[in-house]
Write a new protein. Structure first.
Length: 224
């Protein structure tokens, strides 16, 4: 299996983190660490995992103007900042805009000033975690959402689904993590069967008539 680590780095910190992630994945994957300028479709084509990271500039991903300012900051007389060799290249924001669809699993990380994320921002904030109530239908996880939600928009692709339980009185707990493929249920007969079998009623308010089914490809868990 191949893993590709794509990074954008101005002063080398994100580059170092990318290298460290690559070293950690090396025991499981054939790893390639590349700056965003070299992350071509050919490199991503057969990757099983893509990890992307960049610096946080003004509460989000860098822009051409913020990268220019970073370069100018390093060029000032007396500056102790040293540019990463690939710093003058394109940023992740533009790279994401040019990407097509890839069947690989993905993760993201960012580097930022030390402090609360609410103050510094996070370049990797595009990863969204959304709570839902759910039901099991055979070996699949099923939940309902509304057609105008992020869950519906991104309901066809690779996802991770986590369930946790904690009993503070007994000091026990468990966590199960499911990786798999999500897809909306569109066949009316399937929808009726799910309604009867699961009797799933969304806890969130409003009409939530879109059924989403997650077919697991990997399941892991731990209990304490």
């Amino acid at each position: 299996m191949r893993a590709v680590i794509v990074y954008e780095s101005m002063y080398g910190n994100t580059h170092l983190v990318a290298d460290a992630i690559g070293a950690g994945l090396g025991s499981t994957f054939d790893v390639q660490v590349v700056p965003v300028a070299q992350a071509t479709p050919e490199i991503l084509a057969d990757a099983s995992l893509v990890v992307v990271g960049g610096p946080t500039h003004i509460h989000g991903m860098s822009r051409a103007a913020t990268r220019k300012a970073a370069v100018e900051g390093a060029d000032k007389p007396g500056s102790l900042l040293e540019l990463d060799p690939d710093a003058p290249g394109p940023g992740l924001r533009e790279w994401f805009g040019s990407l097509g669809r890839y069947p690989a699993k993905a993760a993201a990380f960012d580097t930022r000033l030390h402090g609360p994320a609410a103050m510094t921002g996070q370049a990797s904030k595009g990863i969204v975690i959304v709570p839902v109530n759910f039901a099991l239908a055979g070996k699949c996880v099923v939940f309902r959402t509304a057609p105008d939600t992020l869950l519906a928009v991104y309901s066809h692709g690779q996802v991770s689904f986590q369930v946790d339980h904690v009993d503070e009185e007994l000091r026990e707990g468990w966590s199960v993590l499911v990786h798999g493929h999500a897809h909306p249920v569109t066949d009316e007969r399937d929808i009726r069967r799910l309604e009867v079998r699961t009797r799933l009623t969304p806890w969130a308010g409003g009409a939530r008539d879109v059924f989403v089914r997650i077919t697991p490809s990997q399941i892991s868990g731990r209990g304490i």
